[in-house]
Design a protein around this ligand. Structure first.
Ligand SMILES: [Zn+2]
Ligand SMILES: [Zn+2]
Length: 144
């Protein structure tokens, strides 16, 4: 099983793991997660969705697909303050807060990061996502 990093796309430094929105695995041949990460050095957050599928046919599809959006520091703060679940790093949690965060994270515009070539995991051109609190529960929204 390979391991993956959640390093900052801008400075390549270690990021704080703020919320595990959803996670399945890691299993021997698959691993999916959606996480909110924060880089203190860059003062910018990230909504990252990662998928590893070890069953794809070699050369036909990428094994690893990473999607990312910028989450501004103010939105990371809002998420920290509003996230109603006591275990934000429990990616398998099925509470209303985790479910709302995951459902809305799927819908917002994220940018697929190139997995190969000189622009691999380049942060350039990413979409931005914000956090809104609706009826006491935090959710993600696309920023136009
Ligand atoms: Zn950084
Ligand atoms: Zn929860």
């Amino acid at each position: 099983m390979r391991t993956w990093s959640d390093l900052c796309l801008v400075c390549e430094g270690q990021q704080e793991f703020v919320v595990n929105v959803h996670e399945a695995g890691p299993y021997e041949r698959s691993h999916d997660y959606t996480r909110v990460l924060y880089c203190a050095a860059c003062a910018v957050g990230e909504l990252r969705s990662f998928s590893y599928d070890g069953f794809v046919v070699f050369g036909e599809e990428d094994e690893v697909v990473v999607w990312s959006s910028v989450l501004p520091a103010a939105d990371v703060d809002r998420l920290r303050a509003a996230f109603t679940c006591p275990t934000p790093l429990a990616g398998g949690c099925g509470c209303p807060q985790h479910v709302r965060a995951y459902d809305t994270s799927v819908r917002v515009d994220k940018t697929r990061l190139p997995e190969h070539g000189p622009d691999r995991h380049s942060p350039a051109g990413r979409t931005t996502v914000s956090v809104a609190v609706v009826e006491g529960v935090a959710e993600f929204r696309s920023v136009d």
